[in-house]
Design a protein around this ligand. Structure first.
Ligand code: NAP
Length: 312
């Protein structure tokens, strides 16, 4: 979107609330991007899910259940699992907790996953990573059947996404697609550029954008001219984990910018994009924190409800 059009959009306040008014410099007006409020979008998604859970209970006489498998005593993992349980309970789902000791054998871990696969009370299964060093993560997680793979990270789910078959998609890319929709981003025919090619985010994000008819480029640490690639993007999605890597002059005027990266610095949590500079150029941008982050758990709940509907 050219500056003038982006400015008009900003002034009309289309697609939501503006956090900043455009600054006027003499006769030149600088665009101030709309800040996409991930917390508000995630709250709206959770409300939709609560309604979906109530309808599911009405029809099936039980609620969807998310089974989590935590192996070992990693403190951060325990905190993540607890927050997923809370999120489940807030939307009326059941959280089913399984904790295994850090020296559990491969056979015992796999046996648990297979029991959960067969359990009709369990709609979705999540094995919290990382696993203790003696366990091969993909060996354990790939046992989850695709209908219950709410993280969307097994080989079968990735393959289904790659060839366009129905399946559960990874949570963060699903959350980003929702944010793009809320931002009013036009994806059909758009140039979309992703920084980062991880299996967790960059690759599945690319597939979802192609499904939405965008022309997609994935950049990584070997990309020769990152700035030029970024300047082509109508939709720019950064998932690298390098604080403020993306400069303001890398951004096409009017682009929608999604900042997935999180780096802990002395200034607190910082994204991959120079947020203040980007505000002057982009038409919309996600903040860090409060942008993509809140969408990940909301998407996990969405996947669990979807899994419950498929396996009911
Ligand atoms: P990752 O597996 O570490 O992948 C990072 C990617 O960035 C790799 O593809 C790497 O390229 C690329 N890269 C590194 N330095 C680069 C550079 N200077 N220029 C261009 N590309 C570069 O990370 P991830 O798991 O995808 O996560 C990325 C970031 O997103 C992290 O900060 C993570 O915390 C954040 N994240 C946030 C959420 C959330 O819910 N908010 C969810 C997932 C991830 P190579 O492949 O060539 O090494």
């Amino acid at each position: 979107m050219p500056h003038a059009a982006a400015l008009a959009t900003a002034m009309e306040g289309r697609n939501g609330r503006l956090r900043r008014a455009p600054a006027i410099y003499g006769k030149l007006a600088r665009v101030s991007a709309r800040v996409i409020d991930g917390r508000a979008v995630a709250a709206a998604v959770r409300e939709e899910i609560s309604a979906g859970v109530a309808a599911f209970r009405e029809e099936h006489g039980r609620v969807p259940g998310l089974a989590t498998v935590l192996i070992g005593e990693d403190e951060a993992s325990a905190v993540y699992v607890a927050s997923k349980h809370r999120a489940c309970e807030q939307v009326g789902m059941r959280a089913i907790e399984h904790t295994l000791p850090k020296d559990v054998t491969r056979e015992e871990a796999i046996a648990l996953v297979e029991r959960l696969n067969a359990d009709p009370e369990v709609s979705g299964i999540l094995v919290q990573l990382p696993l203790p060093g003696h366990l091969d993560e993909s060996d354990v997680t790939n046992r989850i059947i695709p209908e219950k793979d709410v993280d969307g990270l097994t080989v079968e789910s990735a393959g289904r996404l790659a060839i366009g078959l129905v399946g559960l998609r990874p949570c963060t890319p699903v959350g980003v697609m929702r944010l793009l929709r809320e931002a009013g981003a036009q994806l059909d025919g758009a140039e979309a550029v992703i920084l980062g090619r991880s299996n967790l985010f960059g690759k599945p994000m690319g597939r979802l954008l192609v499904e939405a008819h965008a022309t997609m480029t994935i950049c990584h640490s070997h990309t020769r001219d990152l700035a030029s690639a970024c300047r082509r993007a109508d939709v720019l999605i950064a998932a690298v984990g390098r604080a403020r890597l993306v400069q303001g002059d890398w951004i096409k005027p009017g682009a929608v910018v999604i900042d997935v990266g999180i780096t802990r610095t002395e200034d607190g949590l910082v994204g991959d994009v120079d947020f203040d500079a980007a505000l002057e150029v982009a038409s919309a941008i996600t903040p860090v924190p409060g942008g993509v982050g809140p969408m990940t758990i909301a998407s996990l709940l969405q996947n669990t409800l979807q899994a419950a509907l498929w396996t009911a």
